[in-house]
Design a protein around this ligand. Structure first.
Ligand SMILES: Cc1cc2nc3c(=O)[nH]c(=O)nc-3n(C[C@H](O)[C@H](O)[C@H](O)COP(=O)(O)OP(=O)(O)OC[C@H]3O[C@@H](n4cnc5c(N)ncnc54)[C@H](O)[C@@H]3O)c2cc1C
Length: 379
């Protein structure tokens, strides 16, 4: 097929000033940041999937900036100043995404976020409750609000949970529809003249004297600069980066009459997460059941994780309901030794912006923008 390309096609679709590889939240934001600053720069985004095929349309849509147990872990690793910067980045990132696309276009709903603790997690619950006031003061001037985290135990009954002893609420946590977000990003990119080409997998790249050559299943592309935003899959093209893939399996129940659960919920130090979506429950997680197997770039599901998710639904989340699992999928995240994303020039004119550590809704826009600015500064 590539032999049948016209002169015009080769001239206009296979060459650009900047080519971005990967049409996830980071890639599209980088493209938008470049075009918004300089309309004259030609930008193409290449995506291997018919739809984006990584994490951006397959996630849980939590617009969150940290549950208390996660903040405790982060403070141990990065210190109080480091934690402050991390939360600030996440919070500003969320504001940026909302400003860029508008709340209606991403279905932003501030129903609050919660962390739940069963009796067997009593020690963790005590530690988290004792740290709430510390985190409330730490983030007060970031979010412009006092007492963001608070104990919310009366809601345990309201939500209909079984066996939950403590519930910590984060009043500023919200939820979005990630596919709506991506549609809005595609539409914004299109309005700026950014070309997104799908079903186009970059298999290799090389630097020629005056340009970069990208070899794909659709033919060779040429550009002056390339930005890889392929996240968990970056190792296929840039094998030396400290990025480890992590698969997230997700299930969605059948509709539940008078569903009581509303909000975003974190359980077992965030290894499980669930929320309401329409009149159903979306539940994901369980990577910690078998880290080795889930450290993969292969989509798929395992009996162990699926059984555990269903058990959690039946025993804790919706114990009184009759339900079926009607949707199942997986997405692939990128993790690494630090929580900050990697945004760098890996060799002359070859850049990358990857590893949002399972927090791409909060930090994906900012990460993309910084990558875009890095390219603009290098021109
Ligand atoms: C199950 C799950 C739940 C999550 N829940 C949340 C949440 O609630 N809140 C939150 O903030 N974050 C969440 N995340 C994380 C969030 O989705 C990611 O951090 C974010 O989407 C990463 O965006 P990205 O653009 O870096 O990567 P991706 O969205 O993975 O985009 C990379 C793109 O590159 C493409 N690609 C890869 N290789 C090539 C190639 N060789 N050629 C061309 N294209 C290529 C892929 O197809 C993909 O579309 C979740 C992730 C998963 C998997």
């Amino acid at each position: 097929m590539t032999n049948n390309l016209s002169y015009w096609e080769k001239k206009h679709f296979f060459k650009a000033d900047v080519i971005i590889v990967g049409a996830g939240i980071v890639g599209l934001n980088a493209a938008i940041a470049i075009k918004e600053k300089n309309q004259k720069i030609d930008v193409i985004v290449l995506e291997r999937g018919f739809l984006p095929s990584g994490a951006s349309t397959k996630n849980a849509g939590f617009a969150c900036f940290g549950s208390v147990s996660e903040l405790i872990e982060q403070e141990k690793l990065s210190g109080t100043d480091g934690l402050y910067q991390l939360i600030e980045r996440r919070w500003r990132g969320l504001l940026k995404l909302r400003n860029l696309l508008g709340d209606d276009n991403i279905n932003y709903q501030n129903y609050g976020g919660y962390e739940l603790f069963e009796a067997k997690q009593k020690d963790l619950a005590i530690e988290c409750v004792s740290k709430m006031s510390h985190f409330n003061s730490l983030i007060e001037d970031i979010v412009n609000q006092k007492n963001t985290y608070g104990l919310s135990n009366p809601k345990i009954k309201e939500f209909g949970f079984n066996g939950v002893e403590e519930l910590i609420e984060c009043s500023l946590e919200a939820q979005i529809d990630p596919a709506k977000m991506m549609k809005a990003l595609f539409s914004k990119a299109g309005s700026l003249g950014i070309q997104v080409l799908n079903n186009c997998k970059v298999e290799k790249f090389s630097s020629a004297e005056t340009h970069i050559v990208l070899e794909t299943n659709q033919g060779n592309f040429h550009c002056n600069q390339v930005l890889f935003t392929t996240n968990a899959f970056v190792g296929e093209l840039l094998p030396d980066l400290p990025v480890v893939p992590g698969r997230g399996q997700v299930v969605v129940t059948s509709p539940i009459k008078n569903l009581k659960v509303k909000g975003t919920f974190h359980y077992d130090k965030g290894y499980y997460y669930f929320r309401n979506i329409d009149d159903r429950i979306l539940l994901g997680g369980g990577r910690n059941l078998d880290f080795k197997t889930e450290e993969t770039t292969e989509f798929g599901k395992t009996e162990l994780v699926q059984k555990t998710l269903i058990k959690l639904l039946k025993e804790v989340i919706i114990p009184d309901e009759d339900f079926k699992i009607e949707h199942q999928w997986s997405g692939i995240m990128a993790f690494g030794p630090q929580l900050t994303p990697i945004i760098e020039e890996v060799k002359p004119n070859v850049f990358c912006a990857v590893r949002c550590n399972g927090m791409g809704i909060a930090i994906g826009s900012q990460t993309g923008q910084e990558a875009g600015e890095m390219i603009l500064n290098s021109l």
